[in-house]
Ligand binder design. Sequence first.
Ligand SMILES: C[S@@+](CC[C@H](N)C(=O)[O-])C[C@H]1O[C@@H](n2cnc3c(N)ncnc32)[C@H](O)[C@@H]1O
Length: 357
Amino acid sequence: METTRHVTMDPQKLDALIGRALGDLSAGYGGVMVSLGNRLGLYKAMAGAGPLSARELAGRAGCAERYVREWLNAQVAGGYVAYHAVSDSYELTPEQAFVLADEDSPAFIPNAWAVPASMWFDEDKAMEAFRTGKGIPWGDHDGRLHCGVAAFYRNAYRGSLVAEWLPALAGVVEKLKAGALVADVGCGHGHSTMLMAKAFPASRFQGFDTHGKSVAEAQRLAAEAKLDNVGFELARAESYAGAGYDLICFFDCLHDMGDPVAAATHAAKAIARDGTVMLVEPFAKDRIEDNISPVARMYYAASTTICCAHAISDGGRLVLGAQAGEARLAEVFRKAGFTRFRRAAETPFNLILEARL
Ligand SMILES: C[S@@+](CC[C@H](N)C(=O)[O-])C[C@H]1O[C@@H](n2cnc3c(N)ncnc32)[C@H](O)[C@@H]1O
């Protein structure tokens, strides 16, 4: 016989949760609009233009007015565009343009929506993985994942890598200026590699990755940029070629690997005696209860269907997840034979860690 379990709910907590869930749902709808606005050039057509009618914007962006008007109203409802009721016109404020229209801004968000788009697209694969325990290789995801991650991190790297992160490492900038050998492991599309190569022409940079399409894209971008001190190769983190590296970098990839200790052990062999490992990982604290924030939520979610899934497909000896935290990362490098490990810098999105033999 079924029994009914009576539960008492706190109405305030319930209201707060419903409000939050609805806000999240609304943001999900809004993300589709952000992606459209970005891909159709609507935000760019508005940036710096002052107040525009829907018809004027449609003309500037080469789109149909009725769609543009509805899209604009969705933007106004979400606080992404300002509306002037008296003139029935719409305006992108400088702050809105910084976040939505300026592709070089460190706060440019639209590309990041490609990542959850790919996660939705691959939901069936994730369900299968949950049920079987099998992995999903990075390359098996919808292509928006690779472009979304590369474009999202590129802006952070542009803003911080050369100006802040490298100078935070002991003695590295001096070596790079004089001429150093650098490996960028798990380089993806190679934006980090190329930024460093441009800034330090006397040094030589080699990117390694297991994903063929990413390596091909990195090679294409390097040729386009006419950089002759950078190369990209298909190789695993535990077996790439070369020795005596002055700097070995891991940008947002160690936690994706199936055997991060083996990757760190290979770095210990390939690095010069006084060389440096720069480990850039998603910002996280060491304890679950301290990782309660919008950023942690995003990372844990991506980690579930992307990072953990790839690490499992890659052998799954140690599946760190994207919220590994400094203590667990330090342990990986201690096991690999590094004796010095410290936090060199941090941002709300990244931990920048330094390991030395
Ligand atoms: C999240 S992406 C980061 C890419 C790039 N470093 C960036 O910051 O944009 C992780 C990358 O690690 C690569 N990767 C995963 N496992 C690897 C392994 N065992 N050896 C080398 N690369 C690996 C993936 O192919 C992918 O390109």
